[in-house]
Design a protein around this ligand. Structure first.
Ligand SMILES: *Cc1c(COP(=O)(O)O)cnc(C)c1O
Length: 469
């Protein structure tokens, strides 16, 4: 198994002795079991951790009278290092059934795409240099051209994340003016991103129209004054409203808006086709309806790096690009080069560029065979069960998709096993439902399969003392 995490195994040759002095930290750092942690955490960080640990041992009332067992000290040392290492960013296996999972880094970037931008990032590049005349250029590179081919937008601006997109659009195009927003869209998206707050911070005046469940075209049109700069529509990303609801005909709003009012949609997910979600409107369709700007995340459905993409009317994009706040929101070349590479491959219909959401939806269809095959491997301890998966990350909130997963039945409490799977060298993140430990197979990446099986082989064997074949 390819693990980078230390095993925490104590060398069996150690003989336990009671000491009244703690070991020298410098000497301890030579211990082979600590070498891995020095590599993973750095020598100064490990040294400081050991110092703090030893201070607390020395202050313990029993220390002076009873001393400490040196094996206990080593266990505490390794445990402190391990706790620290667990806070470091590391690979995990997503068996949650939520493809774009905010807690798990949203979109994994395809390995081949990642490798393709290595040279452009590990050397100097032409980020802001026009190779044609040697003068200073902008950092958009080929992105506008690619976005144009992809969703039919005239132009685009890329910022660090989609929350920044919304802020920049409001601040650059509507500061000091009125922005009309439906009462049904006065929402909070994820942690601390509330539409009314963002509006206030960007210096715009919020004009609320409609009701929570119903907003019509007339509601928007009737609210327009000379001081209105924008109609902002926000995708209800983390919930869906059902029952007696009505949303405006967007094309109708677009056609009836006067020249001085722009129509902006915070679409969020980056959905570019309605293939998997008939209830949703894709980016190209919004633009066809006459929406001036759409904004969305780079790391939700499209499967790229974290970024906010604002696409549409060229004149408005240029205004955004010229705004002084752009300087605070502009991404670096890592993000821009990854987006370029992703879009080139997307346009060429390369499977590497389909994004994790679509991948998971495709995998859902073959997840039954996989789950059944693995269930056979772990016989009495695993069962293939039908589950549901979601795209997640605020994309397509109204849809769940059938798929398969594993139900593990191991001696003891399901929650304890769930916690223990997070302790594996490459943590497996599952979930518990009605006291059942579930591992959704649809959100595993192909590259996870081998290590998923190997770790579960070991884990199940350790809990059942049966040979797993
Ligand atoms: C996800 C989302 C955001 C926030 O995007 P980040 O990239 O997380 O900043 C804003 N609006 C909508 C509609 C979203 O779905």
């Amino acid at each position: 198994m390819n693990t980078i995490a230390p095993s925490d195994s104590l060398s069996s040759s150690s003989i336990s002795t009671i000491n009244y002095r703690l070991p020298q930290i410098e000497q301890l750092l030579q211990h082979p079991d600590l070498a891995d942690y020095v590599r993973l955490l750095s020598r100064p960080v490990v040294t400081n951790t050991l110092r703090q640990l030893f201070t607390s041992i020395r202050q313990h009332p029993d220390f002076k009278t009873q001393g400490v067992n040196d094996l206990d000290v080593m266990t505490l040392v390794l445990d402190s290092c391990r706790q620290l290492y667990r806070r470091r960013q590391q690979r995990v296996i997503n068996a949650t059934g939520i493809a774009v999972h905010t807690n798990l880094g949203r979109s994994p970037i395809n390995e081949q795409i990642w490798d393709s931008v290595k040279a452009v990032n590990t050397g100097y590049n032409n980020l802001e240099l026009k190779l044609s005349d040697g003068k200073r250029g902008d950092r958009n590179g080929l992105l506008s051209t690619l976005i144009q081919s992809w969703i039919g937008a005239e132009d685009c601006v890329v910022v660090n994340n989609n929350a920044a997109s919304v802020y920049l659009v409001l601040h650059a195009l509507a500061a000091g003016k009125e922005v009309i927003v439906s009462r049904g869209e006065q929402i909070q998206i994820g942690g601390g991103f509330r539409i009314p707050d963002i509006l206030a911070l960007s210096g715009c005046k919020l004009v609320e129209v409609g009701t929570t469940n119903i907003t019509t075209s007339d509601d928007y049109i009737n609210a327009i004054t000379d001081n209105t700069a924008m109609v902002l529509m926000v995708h209800q990303s983390n919930f869906s409203m059902q029952g007696f609801t009505e949303s405006p005909d967007i094309q109708d709003v677009a056609e009836r808006l006067p020249e001085h009012v722009s129509l902006v949609i915070d679409q969020g997910s980056g959905l570019s086709s309605e293939q998997y979600a008939q209830s949703e409107v894709s980016l190209p369709r919004y633009l066809q309806m006459g929406v001036d700007l759409v904004c969305f995340s780079g790391d939700k459905i499209i499967g790229g790096p974290q970024a906010g993409i604002i696409a549409g009317c060229s004149k408005l994009c240029q205004q955004l690009a010229k705004n002084p706040m752009m300087r605070t929101f502009r991404p670096g070349r890592i993000v821009l080069s990854l987006l370029e590479q992703l879009l080139v491959q997307k346009l060429n219909r390369d499977p590497a560029a389909i994004g994790v959401a679509q991948q998971a939806l495709d995998r859902a269809k073959v997840s039954q065979a996989l789950a059944q095959q693995w269930a056979l491997r772990w016989k009495a301890y695993a069962q293939a069960v039908p589950l549901m998966m979601q795209v997640g990350g605020g994309a397509i909130p109204s849809e769940t998709y059938p798929c398969y997963g594993l139900k593990l039945t191991l001696p003891g409490n399901a929650q304890l096993h769930l916690d223990a799977l997070r302790e594996l060298p490459i943590p497996i993140i599952g979930y518990v439902n009605s006291n059942q430990l579930l591992l959704n197979v649809a959100t595993l990446l192909d590259s996870d399969h081998a290590v998923f099986i190997a770790q579960l082989d070991d884990y199940i064997q350790s809990y059942t003392n049966t040979e797993v074949k």
